[in-house]
Design a protein. Structure first.
Length: 169
């Protein structure tokens, strides 16, 4: 799990005593779904019959749309992470990214878990291409809702060490 020891109140929902509005929580949940979706093919190429990571990304989107409960989305995320455990490399990281994305409804800070695992998936798929990490990170950053971008980038800097330093410049 890629959660900080000290939580940032800006990434805790208002209903739990933080500063993150429900609307921004919903928007923030769509971003890791995009991150995980961008590398999902790396899992599906290796394990095409296992739909758990795809289902987790769909669950994240369904939660954000108000069509699925938070606990249901979280459970689907757990199943995607279960799909990852027996694997190695890009497929494993892609499944973990999907699982983390589905858990953002429960804990918004799982957003960076999804993003970090997606970057690791991209790196593992193309280990001899030095620009892959930054290209994936920049692709992700371009998709953060504009008014949340500064918060996400600041959080990436704050939690970079526990996220395998994938957000470094």
């Amino acid at each position: 799990m890629i959660l900080p020891a000290v939580r940032d109140p800006r990434l805790i929902t208002v209903r739990r005593g933080g500063l993150l509005t429900e609307q921004d929580h919903t928007l923030l949940a769509l971003w890791p779904a995009d991150c995980a979706g961008h590398v999902l093919h790396l899992f599906e190429q290796q394990v095409p019959a296992d739909h758990r990571p795809r289902d987790a990304i769909l669950a994240a989107r369904s939660w954000a749309a108000g069509d699925l409960g938070m606990m249901q989305a979280r459970a689907v995320g757990g199943h995607a992470m279960g799909a990852a455990r027996a694997l190695k490399g890009a497929a494993r990281f892609a499944a973990y990214a999907a699982g983390q994305a589905a858990c953002v409804g429960h804990v918004p800070e799982h957003d960076l878990g999804a993003a970090a695992y997606a970057i690791k998936a991209a790196q593992a798929a193309r280990p001899h291409e030095p620009g892959v990490r930054l290209a994936e990170r920049d692709w992700q950053r371009a998709r953060v809702p504009e008014h949340l971008s500064a918060l996400v980038i600041e959080d990436q800097a704050r939690r970079n060490d526990i996220c395998w330093s994938v957000f470094d410049d």
